[in-house]
Design a protein. Structure first.
Length: 98
């Protein structure tokens, strides 16, 4: 199963809206909502885990939510973002070609 935090989904929608317009962002959001991707709400535990990662790994703050969720679910982060090299020792990372 695939998972994304609500915060990270918001970042995706924001980015799409800025790059491709509102229609593209709405279409992408609809695709996520109708897919098997689980959108995980950010609770206090997840937020505090992300803050600890920010402090120790110096990862971008929103990316800390990705890593914290992966830790919580014992899941793998799938990314092409080289910033995640900073957390490879603490979460599994599967690299996409970029």
């Amino acid at each position: 199963m695939l998972h994304i935090t609500a915060v990270n989904l918001g970042e995706v929608v924001y980015s799409l809206q800025n790059r491709r317009g509102l229609d593209a962002a709405v279409e992408a959001l609809g695709a996520v909502e109708s897919s098997p991707i689980s959108v995980v709400d950010v609770d206090l535990n997840l937020a505090l885990s992300a803050s600890r990662l920010k402090s120790s790994a110096r990862l971008d703050y929103l990316d800390c939510f990705v890593a914290a969720l992966a830790q919580q679910l014992k899941a793998t982060v799938v990314t092409g973002d080289p910033g995640f090299k900073k957390v490879e020792a603490i979460v599994n990372v599967e690299w996409l070609p970029v």
